[in-house]
Design a protein around this ligand. Structure first.
Ligand code: G3I
Length: 351
Protein backbone atom coordinates (compact mmCIF):
# COMPACT_ATOMS: atom_id res chain seq x y z
CA UNK A 1 0.00 0.00 0.00
CA UNK A 2 1.27 3.43 -0.92
CA UNK A 3 1.68 5.83 2.01
CA UNK A 4 0.18 9.23 1.24
CA UNK A 5 2.23 12.39 1.54
CA UNK A 6 -0.19 13.70 4.17
CA UNK A 7 0.19 10.57 6.27
CA UNK A 8 3.97 10.82 5.95
CA UNK A 9 3.92 14.46 7.03
CA UNK A 10 1.67 13.56 9.97
CA UNK A 11 4.17 10.92 11.04
CA UNK A 12 6.88 13.53 10.93
CA UNK A 13 4.84 15.86 13.12
CA UNK A 14 4.11 13.16 15.65
CA UNK A 15 7.54 11.60 15.94
CA UNK A 16 9.69 14.61 15.17
CA UNK A 17 11.82 12.38 12.97
CA UNK A 18 11.29 10.96 9.52
CA UNK A 19 9.77 7.51 9.79
CA UNK A 20 11.56 4.95 7.65
CA UNK A 21 9.68 4.09 4.47
CA UNK A 22 10.34 1.24 2.05
CA UNK A 23 11.84 2.67 -1.13
CA UNK A 24 9.38 0.73 -3.21
CA UNK A 25 6.31 1.84 -1.24
CA UNK A 26 7.25 5.47 -0.85
CA UNK A 27 9.54 6.67 -3.58
CA UNK A 28 11.41 9.77 -2.59
CA UNK A 29 9.86 12.49 -4.73
CA UNK A 30 13.26 14.02 -5.36
CA UNK A 31 16.39 11.86 -5.75
CA UNK A 32 19.46 12.86 -3.75
CA UNK A 33 21.38 13.56 -6.95
CA UNK A 34 18.72 16.04 -8.07
CA UNK A 35 18.85 17.75 -4.68
CA UNK A 36 22.65 17.87 -4.98
CA UNK A 37 22.52 19.75 -8.27
CA UNK A 38 23.39 23.35 -7.59
CA UNK A 39 25.19 22.65 -4.30
CA UNK A 40 28.57 22.18 -5.98
CA UNK A 41 28.81 18.83 -4.21
CA UNK A 42 28.44 15.49 -5.93
CA UNK A 43 26.58 12.87 -3.92
CA UNK A 44 28.25 9.50 -4.24
CA UNK A 45 28.27 5.91 -3.10
CA UNK A 46 30.73 3.04 -3.01
CA UNK A 47 29.54 0.32 -5.34
CA UNK A 48 29.70 -3.41 -4.63
CA UNK A 49 29.95 -4.91 -8.12
CA UNK A 50 28.51 -8.28 -7.08
CA UNK A 51 25.42 -6.56 -5.69
CA UNK A 52 25.15 -4.36 -8.76
CA UNK A 53 25.02 -7.46 -10.95
CA UNK A 54 22.64 -9.49 -8.78
CA UNK A 55 20.25 -7.11 -7.05
CA UNK A 56 17.85 -4.99 -9.08
CA UNK A 57 16.80 -2.80 -6.14
CA UNK A 58 20.46 -2.08 -5.43
CA UNK A 59 21.11 -1.31 -9.08
CA UNK A 60 18.10 0.96 -9.42
CA UNK A 61 18.88 2.86 -6.24
CA UNK A 62 22.50 3.39 -7.24
CA UNK A 63 21.38 4.96 -10.52
CA UNK A 64 18.54 6.97 -9.08
CA UNK A 65 20.11 8.55 -6.02
CA UNK A 66 23.79 9.16 -6.82
CA UNK A 67 25.79 11.14 -9.36
CA UNK A 68 29.19 9.86 -8.27
CA UNK A 69 30.38 6.28 -7.76
CA UNK A 70 33.47 4.70 -6.21
CA UNK A 71 34.51 1.08 -6.65
CA UNK A 72 34.32 -0.46 -3.18
CA UNK A 73 36.92 -3.08 -4.14
CA UNK A 74 37.36 -3.68 -7.86
CA UNK A 75 39.95 -0.98 -8.61
CA UNK A 76 42.24 -2.14 -5.79
CA UNK A 77 45.52 -3.77 -6.74
CA UNK A 78 44.61 -7.34 -5.69
CA UNK A 79 41.55 -7.12 -7.94
CA UNK A 80 43.18 -5.67 -11.03
CA UNK A 81 46.43 -7.69 -11.01
CA UNK A 82 45.74 -10.91 -9.08
CA UNK A 83 48.64 -12.67 -10.81
CA UNK A 84 51.76 -10.76 -11.74
CA UNK A 85 51.38 -9.39 -15.24
CA UNK A 86 47.83 -10.75 -15.63
CA UNK A 87 45.19 -8.07 -15.36
CA UNK A 88 41.51 -8.30 -14.67
CA UNK A 89 39.95 -5.00 -15.56
CA UNK A 90 36.51 -6.48 -16.20
CA UNK A 91 34.62 -5.40 -13.06
CA UNK A 92 36.29 -1.97 -12.99
CA UNK A 93 35.47 -1.43 -16.66
CA UNK A 94 31.88 -2.48 -15.90
CA UNK A 95 31.59 0.19 -13.23
CA UNK A 96 32.99 2.91 -15.47
CA UNK A 97 30.57 1.86 -18.21
CA UNK A 98 27.63 1.78 -15.78
CA UNK A 99 28.54 5.24 -14.52
CA UNK A 100 28.72 6.67 -18.02
CA UNK A 101 25.32 5.16 -18.88
CA UNK A 102 23.80 6.82 -15.81
CA UNK A 103 25.49 10.21 -16.01
CA UNK A 104 27.68 9.55 -12.98
CA UNK A 105 31.24 10.67 -12.30
CA UNK A 106 33.75 8.10 -11.02
CA UNK A 107 36.13 8.41 -8.05
CA UNK A 108 39.12 6.14 -8.38
CA UNK A 109 39.99 4.11 -5.28
CA UNK A 110 42.84 3.40 -4.61
CA UNK A 111 46.35 3.29 -6.09
CA UNK A 112 48.72 2.91 -3.12
CA UNK A 113 47.53 1.17 0.04
CA UNK A 114 48.91 -1.34 2.53
CA UNK A 115 45.76 -3.53 2.29
CA UNK A 116 44.37 -5.64 -0.51
CA UNK A 117 47.73 -5.97 -2.19
CA UNK A 118 48.15 -8.99 -4.45
CA UNK A 119 49.68 -12.07 -2.82
CA UNK A 120 52.50 -12.24 -5.39
CA UNK A 121 53.61 -8.74 -4.38
CA UNK A 122 53.59 -9.19 -0.61
CA UNK A 123 55.15 -12.66 -0.89
CA UNK A 124 57.87 -11.41 -3.26
CA UNK A 125 58.79 -8.57 -0.91
CA UNK A 126 58.76 -10.91 2.10
CA UNK A 127 61.01 -13.57 0.54
CA UNK A 128 63.39 -11.02 -0.99
CA UNK A 129 62.70 -11.96 -4.60
CA UNK A 130 61.42 -8.40 -5.16
CA UNK A 131 64.04 -5.90 -4.00
CA UNK A 132 63.44 -2.20 -3.36
CA UNK A 133 64.46 -1.02 -6.82
CA UNK A 134 62.14 -3.51 -8.47
CA UNK A 135 59.33 -2.66 -6.05
CA UNK A 136 59.57 0.99 -7.05
CA UNK A 137 59.35 0.05 -10.71
CA UNK A 138 56.39 -2.24 -10.01
CA UNK A 139 54.58 0.56 -8.17
CA UNK A 140 55.28 3.03 -10.95
CA UNK A 141 53.97 0.61 -13.57
CA UNK A 142 50.85 -0.16 -11.54
CA UNK A 143 49.95 3.50 -11.09
CA UNK A 144 50.72 4.37 -14.69
CA UNK A 145 48.79 1.47 -16.15
CA UNK A 146 45.66 1.90 -14.04
CA UNK A 147 45.45 5.68 -14.28
CA UNK A 148 46.07 5.62 -18.05
CA UNK A 149 43.41 3.00 -18.57
CA UNK A 150 40.74 5.31 -17.14
CA UNK A 151 42.27 8.59 -18.30
CA UNK A 152 39.58 11.23 -18.72
CA UNK A 153 36.96 9.05 -17.04
CA UNK A 154 37.92 9.47 -13.38
CA UNK A 155 37.54 12.89 -11.81
CA UNK A 156 39.24 12.19 -8.49
CA UNK A 157 41.81 9.52 -7.63
CA UNK A 158 42.64 8.39 -4.10
CA UNK A 159 46.35 8.16 -4.88
CA UNK A 160 47.66 7.25 -1.44
CA UNK A 161 45.36 5.78 1.16
CA UNK A 162 45.87 5.65 4.95
CA UNK A 163 49.56 6.54 5.06
CA UNK A 164 49.59 7.95 8.60
CA UNK A 165 49.16 6.39 12.04
CA UNK A 166 46.87 7.98 14.61
CA UNK A 167 49.78 9.85 16.25
CA UNK A 168 50.77 11.48 12.96
CA UNK A 169 53.78 9.30 12.23
CA UNK A 170 54.02 7.67 8.80
CA UNK A 171 52.48 4.21 8.72
CA UNK A 172 54.92 1.29 8.77
CA UNK A 173 53.83 -0.19 5.44
CA UNK A 174 55.89 -2.09 2.91
CA UNK A 175 56.00 1.17 0.96
CA UNK A 176 57.61 3.14 3.76
CA UNK A 177 59.91 0.31 4.80
CA UNK A 178 61.17 -0.50 1.32
CA UNK A 179 60.97 2.81 -0.54
CA UNK A 180 61.16 5.44 2.20
CA UNK A 181 58.79 8.42 2.51
CA UNK A 182 59.44 9.62 -1.05
CA UNK A 183 57.03 6.96 -2.35
CA UNK A 184 54.22 9.41 -1.58
CA UNK A 185 55.43 12.20 -3.85
CA UNK A 186 56.48 9.68 -6.49
CA UNK A 187 52.95 8.26 -6.53
CA UNK A 188 51.45 11.70 -7.15
CA UNK A 189 53.96 12.49 -9.91
CA UNK A 190 53.33 9.21 -11.68
CA UNK A 191 49.55 9.52 -11.42
CA UNK A 192 49.65 13.08 -12.72
CA UNK A 193 51.80 12.08 -15.69
CA UNK A 194 49.25 9.38 -16.56
CA UNK A 195 46.18 11.65 -16.35
CA UNK A 196 47.02 15.34 -15.89
CA UNK A 197 43.36 16.35 -15.51
CA UNK A 198 42.31 14.00 -12.71
CA UNK A 199 42.31 15.56 -9.25
CA UNK A 200 44.70 13.62 -7.05
CA UNK A 201 43.80 12.98 -3.42
CA UNK A 202 45.28 11.96 -0.11
CA UNK A 203 42.68 9.85 1.74
CA UNK A 204 42.28 8.54 5.29
CA UNK A 205 39.96 7.80 8.23
CA UNK A 206 39.88 9.55 11.63
CA UNK A 207 40.81 12.82 9.97
CA UNK A 208 37.39 14.52 10.04
CA UNK A 209 38.35 17.06 12.67
CA UNK A 210 41.59 18.74 13.71
CA UNK A 211 43.81 16.14 15.40
CA UNK A 212 47.35 14.75 15.25
CA UNK A 213 46.62 12.63 12.20
CA UNK A 214 44.83 15.31 10.15
CA UNK A 215 47.56 17.78 11.11
CA UNK A 216 50.18 15.38 9.77
CA UNK A 217 48.24 15.41 6.48
CA UNK A 218 48.07 19.17 6.54
CA UNK A 219 51.83 19.46 7.00
CA UNK A 220 52.44 16.89 4.28
CA UNK A 221 50.10 18.64 1.86
CA UNK A 222 51.71 22.00 2.58
CA UNK A 223 55.17 20.60 1.93
CA UNK A 224 54.16 18.76 -1.24
CA UNK A 225 52.37 21.75 -2.70
CA UNK A 226 55.30 24.05 -1.91
CA UNK A 227 57.47 21.59 -3.82
CA UNK A 228 54.99 21.66 -6.74
CA UNK A 229 54.05 18.01 -6.33
CA UNK A 230 50.63 17.52 -8.00
CA UNK A 231 48.40 16.84 -5.01
CA UNK A 232 45.04 18.57 -5.31
CA UNK A 233 42.70 17.03 -2.78
CA UNK A 234 42.23 15.85 0.79
CA UNK A 235 39.80 12.96 1.16
CA UNK A 236 38.18 12.42 4.51
CA UNK A 237 36.70 8.93 4.72
CA UNK A 238 34.17 9.67 7.45
CA UNK A 239 33.76 6.25 9.08
CA UNK A 240 32.06 7.40 12.28
CA UNK A 241 30.44 5.57 15.20
CA UNK A 242 27.79 7.19 17.36
CA UNK A 243 29.28 5.77 20.58
CA UNK A 244 32.46 7.79 20.06
CA UNK A 245 30.84 11.17 19.54
CA UNK A 246 30.94 13.60 16.64
CA UNK A 247 34.41 14.89 15.75
CA UNK A 248 35.29 18.48 16.64
CA UNK A 249 36.48 21.26 14.31
CA UNK A 250 35.40 19.65 11.04
CA UNK A 251 34.79 23.00 9.31
CA UNK A 252 38.16 24.34 10.50
CA UNK A 253 39.86 21.24 9.20
CA UNK A 254 38.34 21.55 5.73
CA UNK A 255 39.15 25.26 5.65
CA UNK A 256 42.85 24.81 6.35
CA UNK A 257 43.27 22.40 3.43
CA UNK A 258 41.24 24.64 1.15
CA UNK A 259 43.49 27.55 2.11
CA UNK A 260 46.34 25.58 0.59
CA UNK A 261 44.39 25.69 -2.67
CA UNK A 262 43.14 22.12 -2.38
CA UNK A 263 39.77 20.50 -2.85
CA UNK A 264 38.29 18.46 -0.04
CA UNK A 265 35.84 15.55 -0.13
CA UNK A 266 34.09 13.12 2.16
CA UNK A 267 34.91 9.83 0.53
CA UNK A 268 33.54 6.89 2.55
CA UNK A 269 30.92 8.10 4.97
CA UNK A 270 29.06 5.70 7.22
CA UNK A 271 27.95 5.95 10.83
CA UNK A 272 27.81 2.70 12.75
CA UNK A 273 26.21 1.94 16.09
CA UNK A 274 26.17 -0.80 18.68
CA UNK A 275 23.30 -3.13 17.82
CA UNK A 276 20.40 -3.45 18.32
CA UNK A 277 19.08 -0.47 16.43
CA UNK A 278 16.60 1.83 18.15
CA UNK A 279 14.95 5.12 17.27
CA UNK A 280 17.24 7.23 19.41
CA UNK A 281 20.35 5.75 17.82
CA UNK A 282 18.93 6.29 14.35
CA UNK A 283 18.17 9.91 15.21
CA UNK A 284 21.74 10.42 16.44
CA UNK A 285 23.08 8.73 13.33
CA UNK A 286 21.07 11.15 11.18
CA UNK A 287 22.66 14.13 12.94
CA UNK A 288 26.14 12.70 12.27
CA UNK A 289 25.50 12.25 8.55
CA UNK A 290 24.00 15.71 8.44
CA UNK A 291 26.92 17.19 10.37
CA UNK A 292 29.47 15.94 7.84
CA UNK A 293 27.26 16.86 4.90
CA UNK A 294 26.69 20.40 6.17
CA UNK A 295 30.43 20.86 6.66
CA UNK A 296 30.94 19.82 3.04
CA UNK A 297 28.13 21.93 1.60
CA UNK A 298 29.26 24.99 3.54
CA UNK A 299 32.94 24.62 2.68
CA UNK A 300 34.19 26.49 -0.36
CA UNK A 301 35.88 23.62 -2.17
CA UNK A 302 34.32 20.41 -0.85
CA UNK A 303 33.48 18.69 -4.12
CA UNK A 304 31.95 15.33 -3.26
CA UNK A 305 30.19 13.53 -0.43
CA UNK A 306 30.34 9.76 -0.85
CA UNK A 307 28.69 7.18 1.39
CA UNK A 308 30.42 3.82 1.77
CA UNK A 309 27.43 1.85 0.58
CA UNK A 310 23.82 2.94 1.02
CA UNK A 311 22.15 -0.23 2.34
CA UNK A 312 23.02 -2.27 5.43
CA UNK A 313 22.48 -5.33 3.26
CA UNK A 314 25.95 -4.79 1.76
CA UNK A 315 27.86 -2.88 4.43
CA UNK A 316 31.40 -3.94 5.39
CA UNK A 317 30.81 -2.89 9.03
CA UNK A 318 29.32 -6.00 10.74
CA UNK A 319 32.06 -8.20 9.32
CA UNK A 320 34.76 -6.07 10.91
CA UNK A 321 33.18 -4.63 14.08
CA UNK A 322 31.45 -7.42 15.99
CA UNK A 323 28.10 -6.34 17.44
CA UNK A 324 28.02 -3.12 15.43
CA UNK A 325 26.27 -2.22 12.21
CA UNK A 326 23.29 -0.37 10.73
CA UNK A 327 25.83 2.14 9.42
CA UNK A 328 24.26 3.24 6.15
CA UNK A 329 21.32 5.33 4.91
CA UNK A 330 18.97 2.37 4.34
CA UNK A 331 18.36 -0.83 6.25
CA UNK A 332 18.77 -4.32 4.81
CA UNK A 333 15.38 -4.10 3.13
CA UNK A 334 16.26 -0.75 1.50
CA UNK A 335 13.99 1.05 3.94
CA UNK A 336 15.13 4.64 4.29
CA UNK A 337 16.35 5.70 7.70
CA UNK A 338 16.18 9.17 9.21
CA UNK A 339 19.76 9.60 7.99
CA UNK A 340 18.57 9.33 4.39
CA UNK A 341 16.03 12.07 4.99
CA UNK A 342 18.64 14.18 6.76
CA UNK A 343 21.03 13.96 3.82
CA UNK A 344 18.23 14.92 1.42
CA UNK A 345 17.28 17.89 3.58
CA UNK A 346 20.90 18.98 3.90
CA UNK A 347 21.32 18.96 0.13
CA UNK A 348 18.03 20.79 -0.42
CA UNK A 349 19.00 23.49 2.04
CA UNK A 350 22.49 23.75 0.56
CA UNK A 351 21.27 24.86 -2.86
O1 G3I B 1 36.77 -11.16 -3.28
C1 G3I B 1 36.81 -12.14 -2.24
C2 G3I B 1 35.96 -13.31 -2.60
O2 G3I B 1 36.51 -13.94 -3.72
C3 G3I B 1 35.90 -14.26 -1.41
O3 G3I B 1 35.02 -15.30 -1.67
C4 G3I B 1 35.42 -13.53 -0.15
C5 G3I B 1 35.44 -14.41 1.09
O4 G3I B 1 35.59 -13.65 2.25
O5 G3I B 1 36.28 -12.46 0.09
C6 G3I B 1 36.28 -11.52 -0.97
O6 G3I B 1 37.11 -10.46 -0.64
C7 G3I B 1 36.62 -9.54 0.31
C8 G3I B 1 36.52 -8.18 -0.37
O7 G3I B 1 36.14 -7.21 0.59
C9 G3I B 1 35.51 -8.16 -1.50
O8 G3I B 1 34.24 -8.45 -1.03
C10 G3I B 1 37.56 -9.49 1.48
O9 G3I B 1 37.54 -10.72 2.18
C11 G3I B 1 37.20 -8.35 2.40
O10 G3I B 1 38.24 -8.20 3.37
C12 G3I B 1 37.09 -7.07 1.62
O11 G3I B 1 36.72 -6.04 2.52
C13 G3I B 1 36.86 -4.72 2.03
C14 G3I B 1 37.85 -3.95 2.87
O12 G3I B 1 37.93 -2.61 2.42
C15 G3I B 1 39.23 -4.58 2.84
O13 G3I B 1 40.12 -3.86 3.60
C16 G3I B 1 35.50 -4.04 2.12
O14 G3I B 1 34.58 -4.69 1.23
C17 G3I B 1 35.62 -2.57 1.77
O15 G3I B 1 34.41 -1.91 2.08
C18 G3I B 1 36.72 -1.94 2.60
O16 G3I B 1 36.85 -0.59 2.19
C19 G3I B 1 37.82 0.20 2.90
C20 G3I B 1 38.35 1.24 1.94
O17 G3I B 1 38.83 0.63 0.77
C21 G3I B 1 39.42 2.10 2.59
N1 G3I B 1 38.94 2.68 3.83
C22 G3I B 1 38.34 1.76 4.78
C23 G3I B 1 37.23 0.95 4.12
C24 G3I B 1 36.52 0.06 5.10
O18 G3I B 1 37.38 -0.91 5.61
Amino acid sequence: MRVSVAAFAATLLITGTAAAQPASAHPNPVPLRTLAAGTGVRIGTAVDMAALAADTTYRGTTAREFNSVTAENVMKWESVEPTRGTYDWGPADDLVRYARAHGQAVRGHTLVWHNQLPGWLTAGVADGSIDSAELRTILRNHITKEVKRYKGRIYQWDVVNEVFEEDGSLRESIWLRRLGPSYIEDAFRWAHAADPKAKLFLNDYNVEGVNAKSTAYYELAKRLRAAKIPVQGFGIQGHLAIQYGFPGQVAENLARFEKLGMQTAFTEVDVRMILPVDEAKLATQATYFRGLLDACVQARRCTSFTVWGFSDKYSWVPGVFGGEGAATLMDEGFVRKPAFTAVGEGLAEGR
